[in-house]
Design a protein around this ligand. Structure first.
Ligand SMILES: [Zn+2]
Ligand SMILES: [Zn+2]
Length: 397
C-alpha cells in the first residue's frame, strides 16, 4: 500500500488531468458526474437498507403501518445524504480545478471537497446527526491512534486497550447515571443504559439472597445480574454467528463447521460487561443501604475488564467519545454553547474531510469502516479512483 506524503502526492499528481486522477473510467467531466451519481444512488440506498434493517431488528418489535411509512421517509432522506456525499467528490473536484486551482494539491484534492460535502448531513434529522457525529469522531480518534502507532510514538496492546476501555467506562457510566436526572436526556447508543439512581434507603444486608431496598431494580439481585449476563451473552454470540454464517449461507454445513469456541468471545465481553457492572452496583447498594451515582465509577471500571475477551481499537475508544458527547450536550443545555451554533454539523464536516483524506492518502492507517463504507456507497467507484491514484504514485517513485 502507498503512503502519500504531501511531497510525493504533489510530485506525482499535481499536473495530472482530472480524468486520470479523479475519474479514470471516463474522460469527460460531465460523463463522470452522471456515472458517479448513478453508482452512488445504487450504493447509498443499498447501504442504508442494511442500516435501517439492523435498526428495526434491534428495536425488537413489530412496526405499525404509520411507523413503517415514517421509517421509509427517513430511509429516503438518509439515502440522499449518502449519495450527495459520495457523488459530489468527483464533481466538486472537477469544478474546483476548473475554477480555482489549476493543479491538484495535497489539501484541496480530497480534504477540501469532502469537508464541504459534509454539509449534506443536513438531510438527516437532528438526532441522527448526533449519532453520525459520535461515530465519525470515534473514527477520527482511531485514525489518530493508528497514525501515532505507525510513526512509532506508541504501541498498542490488548492490555492497554482494555485499560483505556475500563477508565472510559468508569467515567461514562457515572455521567450516564447523572444524565438520567436531567429533564432532557442525551440520545446515546450503548450496550445498555444503567438505571436511574434509586431514592429508597434501607438497612445494610448480608448474604446473597433477596434485594436491598436501595437497589435500582426489582426482584432478586442474583436474578437481575444473571438475566442481564445471559441476555447480552446471547446477543454477542448471535452477532458473531451472523457475521460468520451469512457470508457462507449457500454452504450451510461448511458454515456450521467453521464455528469455533473463539466465537464465544464477543458474548463473553457483552455478558461480562453488564454482569460485573450490575454485580458491583448491587453489592455497594446492599453494603451501604442506599444508592449513589458514584457507584458507577468502580462498577464501570471493573466491568470494563470484560473487554479483554474481545479487544478492538474502535470499541476501546468509544466510551471516551460518548463521554465527550454527554459533556457537549450538557454544554448546550446549560447555555455554555449557544443553541444556534451548528457545532454538530461543522464537527461532522471536519471529521468527514479528515477521514476521506485518510482513505486516499494514508490507506494503511485509515479505519477499516471508512474503507468499506466508501466502497459500498460508491458501488466500488472509490476503489477505482484509489487504484488509478496508487498506480500514478508508484510510477513516479
Ligand atoms: Zn473532471
Ligand atoms: Zn440488587
Amino acid at each position: 500500500m502507498v503512503e502519500a506524503s504531501k511531497f510525493w502526492f504533489e510530485k506525482a499528481c499535481s499536473h495530472a488531468p482530472c480524468n486520470t486522477l479523479i475519474h479514470p473510467w471516463t474522460s469527460t467531466c460531465k460523463d463522470a458526474t452522471a456515472t458517479m451519481l448513478l453508482s452512488c444512488i445504487k450504493g447509498s440506498y443499498k447501504f442504508y437498507a442494511m442500516v435501517y434493517l439492523i435498526q428495526i431488528l434491534m428495536k425488537g418489535k413489530k412496526l405499525g403501518k404509520e411507523e413503517m411509512i415514517e421509517q421509509f421517509k427517513l430511509y429516503l432522506k438518509s439515502g440522499i445524504f449518502g449519495l450527495t456525499v459520495g457523488s459530489s467528490f468527483v464533481t466538486l473536484n472537477c469544478i474546483f480545478r476548473a475554477l480555482f486551482f489549476s493543479r491538484f494539491n495535497y489539501y484541496t484534492t480530497v480534504l477540501l471537497p469532502c469537508t464541504v460535502s459534509g454539509l449534506a448531513v443536513y438531510f438527516e434529522p437532528p438526532y441522527r446527526r448526533v449519532m453520525v457525529v459520535n461515530l465519525f469522531v470515534n473514527l477520527v480518534f482511531e485514525y489518530w491512534v493508528r497514525t501515532l502507532e505507525m510513526k512509532g510514538w506508541l504501541r498498542r496492546t490488548p492490555g492497554k486497550e482494555t485499560l483505556i476501555f475500563m477508565l472510559g467506562s468508569a467515567v461514562f457510566f457515572y455521567l450516564m447515571r447523572k444524565d438520567r436526572e436531567n429533564r432532557k436526556r442525551t440520545p446515546l447508543f450503548w450496550f445498555f443504559t444503567p438505571p436511574r439512581v434509586s431514592k429508597e434507603v434501607g438497612e445494610p444486608i448480608k448474604g446473597i439472597s433477596g434485594r436491598s431496598p436501595a437497589c435500582p431494580h426489582k426482584g432478586n439481585c442474583s436474578n437481575y445480574i444473571l438475566r442481564g449476563t445471559i441476555q447480552l451473552f446471547g446477543v454477542g454470540c448471535a452477532m458473531t454467528m451472523l457475521r460468520t454464517i451469512i457470508p457462507r449461507i449457500l454452504t450451510p454445513t461448511k458454515a456450521l463447521k467453521s464455528l469455533r469456541l473463539s466465537h464465544l468471545k464477543l458474548g463473553l465481553f457483552f455478558g461480562g460487561y453488564i454482569g460485573i457492572y450490575r454485580l458491583v452496583v448491587c453489592l455497594l447498594c446492599r453494603a451501604y443501604g442506599k444508592d449513589n451515582a458514584l457507584y458507577a465509577i468502580p462498577a464501570g471500571f471493573l466491568a470494563g475488564a470484560a473487554f479483554r475477551a474481545s479487544p478492538s481499537l474502535p470499541i476501546s475508544l468509544a466510551p471516551l467519545t460518548s463521554t465527550l458527547q454527554i459533556l457537549g450536550s450538557w454544554g448546550y443545555q446549560k447555555g455554555m454553547i449557544p443553541e444556534q451554533w451548528p457545532l454538530v454539523e461543522l464537527l461532522y464536516c471536519v471529521c468527514q474531510g479528515l477521514l476521506f483524506h485518510a482513505r486516499v492518502m494514508h490507506e494503511d492507517v485509515c479505519p477499516r469502516y471508512i474503507i468499506n463504507l466508501m466502497t459500498t456507497v460508491t458501488s466500488t467507484k472509490a476503489d477505482q479512483i484509489q487504484a488509478a491514484f496508487i498506480q500514478r504514485m508508484l510510477r513516479s517513485l
